[in-house]
Design a protein around this ligand. Sequence first.
Ligand SMILES: [Fe+2]
Length: 440
Amino acid sequence: MNDTRGNPVGTTSPAALSHAEIALWRLVSFYDVPLADLDAAAAEDPAWCWPHLMRAGFLLSLTEPALLPDARAALEQAELRAAGATPRERAHHAALSRCAAGDWLGACTAWEQVLLDHPRDLAALQWAHFFDLHRGDARNLRARVARVLPEWPHDDALRPYVLGLLAFGLEECGHYAQAEAVGREVCAGAAKVPAATHAVAHVLEMQGRHEEGRQWLAQMRPVWAEDNGFAVHHAWHLALFHLEAMDLPAALALYDTEVGGANPVLTLQRLDGASLLWRLQLLGADVGARWSDIALGWDLGVRDVGHSAFNDLHAFVVLLGLRDRVRAQALLAAAQRRAERGAEAPLQAAREVGVPLMRGLLAFHDGELAEAIRLLLPLRERAAPLGGSQAQRELIDWTLLAACTAPGGERRLGRALLNERRVARGNTPLAAHWRARLTR
Ligand SMILES: [Fe+2]
């Protein structure tokens, strides 16, 4: 049998395939999670490996160490069913096994091979896209999608989701006009594609169009806010628009209702809260007990260090926010030890970016401004391997601006960094805030 996009599948059960198709839609749309649909697919055809592979892929893409044992168990279940697997499904197993071992680059390379044979294998594209994001590979966020897009007929129900990925990739490569056009075109259609609303929000963020950004996310709220795994991250984007407008009370209120509290369930969601609190604090807001709030349910110890340099960095930010210098230093030391031991993408990212970045933030936290600037400035140019989006990595720029504009900071550098920001984003209220601090 083939699925509706012509990809060979190792089942003869239309019911199992139907459940797997719904799971795939959930995977790309973020509406609910695909696990119940995958269980249903497995129940319909217990001998089919794919529901187990999809389970592993979904769990791995969340970069949550606590979910790794479940992902590995799913891969073992798939292995037990390998006899009936198609070559495509076996290739997925190999890619996912690399991914589970921390070899994110190897996994992306393996998924690319799947896409050469099956350009409409959306799971391969989505997972490779996720790990392009986690590896900070902006070029492939765009180009990998472009290499398959013309193979997708215009009437394919899942094509808008491919375009959503493309819009984000275009944005991360700085092709803002094209990204916005593609994203808006998708959003004008019938499919609900949070990846496309998100891509447009990124364009508006990078261009300082904060009022349009607030309007866009308000208008598109029915797409991103309800029952959607992307909701916390969209709320974070909305908070960034509030910060660009220097409406700190609105950003704090949004943290309380949609970014923090009980909203996040994954590190990937919590780290946006940490990033928001850090930025609020840089702007002089009193965030009160919110650092304790974001720390709840987040394993901030050293046990899982090394799985994702991006997640480790944000755990470190929370410890600084809590003023827990002892645990922060323990995390930093563990990240450094771990990074020296391996060549996998997350460890390389920690070695080259994550660990020096933590040192820079610690120096800033300690009030050692010159040292903070010395450590942070060179990272601006080579932070991409840390993963996440350009907007998320701007934590570095924000901290540098705060260091430069603090009493005793480096005014000339602060002026240059602010100039750079003003050319990209215009004279927003946030730019006026930094300028006022420079001239104070
Ligand atoms: Fe984003």
